[in-house]
Design a protein around this ligand. Structure first.
Ligand SMILES: Cc1ncc(COP(=O)(O)O)c(C=O)c1O
Length: 330
């Protein structure tokens, strides 16, 4: 297994596509992830870039599935629009993603609920451009990496609620753009050094409502209700949207999307993090300033059922009635 200098496994094929003079050029698959861009590229100086995060899953019968990929395509377009970047059609997005997965299928391990192939489509502004304006050219790339679980899985860990913000109240929090993440690196790093798994951000306007984790949404369970924040500064998680549907349709829970005051933490029986990387991860405790809210030492019963159902759909153990499962034909 070949790794690059940072320990990432080097895969076989990388998708490269340029947008030049207002037109998408023909895509190419290359064995190198390296690209050549101008020092003055807008992506390097002004953060004109967007990305997506999704996964391919290996079923028991060896086939490969994507999970709701058109939702990623839609969100990618929304992010592009916000950043004044050229939009990509569903067809272009699906071709790029499925072909990249196909050509790297050997890196997706056998059926294993802890393993998957992470897919990272992204777009950056390239070309010589010093002024603060949209780039003259763009690069759309897709690469994949075999991954395990991002957070600790079923063992409910410790998380830190911070007063630092990842996004501004009317900023770019609901888009998947690098600027939301670069500023959070130090906040997450400092929290991990203190022994926390990740940070939970509060709403940036008042710091009184729960917003989301560094790379995942938050949900809570109480009185037969699935509750998740209503906020304009969080990423609209596709996993969270799925859990809302399953909670209602399959488990008969009420679903509430509402502002959740920090002090309401104590009212929840279960709290979880959800996202492509986090899957469904139970939260053991949340610490804010000098107070620690203990939630549970292990995964709660409803969180466990939601997680199992999500995984069974993602890995093709059961057929879903929603069209969430999309095969990659090898
Ligand atoms: C900030 C943030 N929130 C939430 C999520 C979860 O979104 P999704 O379920 O679409 O992966 C992510 C990405 O995984 C994220 O980066």
């Amino acid at each position: 297994m070949a790794n690059d200098a940072f320990g990432f496994q080097i895969v076989d094929q990388y998708y490269h596509q340029y947008y030049i003079e207002g037109e998408w050029q023909s895509p190419e698959f290359k064995s190198s992830s390296k690209i050549n861009i101008a020092m003055s590229a807008t992506s390097l100086h002004y953060g004109q870039q967007v990305f997506e995060g999704m996964k391919a899953f290996r079923r028991k019968d060896g086939q490969i599935q994507l999970f709701r990929p058109l939702e990623n395509a839609k969100r990618f377009r929304m992010s592009c629009r916000r950043m004044m970047m050229p939009e990509i059609s569903d067809d272009q997005f699906m071709y790029a993603v499925t072909e990249t997965v196909k050509r790297n299928a050997k890196f997706l391990p056998e059926y294993d609920l802890l393993k998957s192939l992470y897919i990272r489509p992204f777009m950056i502004g390239i070309g010589h451009n010093l002024g603060l304006r949209p780039a003259p050219a763009y690069f759309f790339g897709v690469f994949v990496a075999p991954v395990g679980m991002y957070l600790k899985g079923d063992s409910a860990g410790k998380f830190l609620i911070v007063d630092d913000d990842r996004a501004a109240p009317n900023g770019t929090g609901q888009f998947k753009v690098g600027g939301n993440y670069g500023g959070a690196i130090k906040i997450q790093h400092d929290a991990r050094n203190l022994g926390f798994e990740d940070v939970l951000f509060l709403d940036p306007a008042t710091h009184t409502y729960l917003d989301e984790f560094g790379g995942a949404n938050i949900f809570g369970i109480k009185e037969n209700t699935y509750v998740t924040p209503f906020s304009s500064s969080i990423l609209k998680s596709i996993t969270n949207d799925t859990l809302k549907i399953l909670a209602k349709d399959v488990f008969g829970l009420d679903v509430m999307e509402t502002k959740i005051p920090l002090t309401d933490i104590e009212t929840f029986d279960e709290i979880g993090a959800c996202g492509t990387a986090a899957s469904v991860t139970p939260i053991g405790s949340l610490t804010y300033q000098d107070k620690t809210y203990h939630i549970s030492n292990e995964i709660g019963p409803i969180t466990k059922k939601l997680k199992q159902l999500l995984l069974d759909i993602q890995y093709g153990n059961i057929k879903d009635d929603y069209g969430f499962q999309v095969y990659v034909t090898l």
